[in-house]
Design a protein around this ligand. Structure first.
Ligand code: ADP
Length: 230
């Protein structure tokens, strides 16, 4: 069976005047359905570039990206919009909730035309916010806001969750809770991809880690084999 997600010799080059910046230089990896994968690396390693390409927010310079048998790297704008909207469940560092909508309304807002969308209240209960449905983002802690963001991503039953530094704005306790929640979502069958530079999280989670350095994949391993270097 072919992989759920595959990066095939992906290159991304930014042209800055006379200079070429190789944000990704011949990166290949495969992710199977149901996996939990962390993409790690220091600032400038190419993590955001991977996230933007995989999430359909940018296009490759060379190579191919296949998701669920479809070559998204050849998609035109219209297909890319549909892919971003229906297939990917995004979770961002700064939650990006609408401040004048309650937790429940924020999740409901995300409900798209989906054959069988999940129930917003039910999903909020699953992320532990059953008692905070009518609170506005400003009345919620950072960790709770990120839970709302996760519920918003889950309500459309995305093909996979793509989380960009989901703990970047949280204290260690809340970070751990969000990661545990992502793990639970994964155990229920959703593929989860987390992009982070936080090595504490990487070590604690003990998951498969793809480590990037200066645009190159330098390691792809389970947590136990992870080195401190990146
Ligand atoms: P990370 O997310 O790991 O910090 P990035 O993917 O953001 O790394 O960046 C990888 C490299 O590509 C860096 O050298 C960065 O400066 C460069 N880069 C990223 N986006 C752009 C852009 N839009 N224009 C020019 N250079 C960019």
């Amino acid at each position: 069976m072919s992989a759920f997600i595959s990066f095939e010799n992906v290159k991304k080059t930014y042209h800055m005047g006379e200079i070429d910046i190789h944000a990704l230089d011949d990166v290949s990896f495969e992710i199977q359905q149901g996996e939990f994968v962390i993409i790690a690396g220091a600032s400038g390693a190419g993590k955001s570039t991977i996230l933007n390409l995989l999430g359909g927010m940018d296009t490759v310079s060379e190579g191919r990206i296949i998701v669920d048998g479809r070559e998204i790297s050849s998609y035109k704008e219209k297909d890319m919009t549909l892919y971003r909207r229906y297939d990917v469940g995004f979770v961002f560092q700064f939650y990006n909730l609408v401040p004048n909508l309650t937790a429940k309304e924020n999740v409901e807002l995300a409900l798209q035309i989906c054959k069988e969308p999940l129930d917003a209240v039910q999903v909020l209960k699953e992320v532990g916010l059953g008692n905070r449905l009518d609170n506005f983002p400003a009345q919620l802690s950072g960790g709770e806001q990120q839970r709302v963001a996760l519920a918003r991503a889950l309500v459309n039953k995305p093909q996979y969750i793509l989380a960009d530094e989901p703990t970047g704005n949280l204290d260690p306790e809340n970070s751990w809770e969000i990661m545990k929640l992502l793990e639970k979502v994964n155990e229920q069958g959703t593929t989860v991809i987390v992009v982070t530079h936080n090595m504490e999280i990487v070590k604690a989670m003990n998951k498969r880690v793809i480590t990037m350095k200066k645009g190159v994949k330098v390691e792809d391993s389970k947590g136990e084999e992870q080195t401190d270097e990146y």
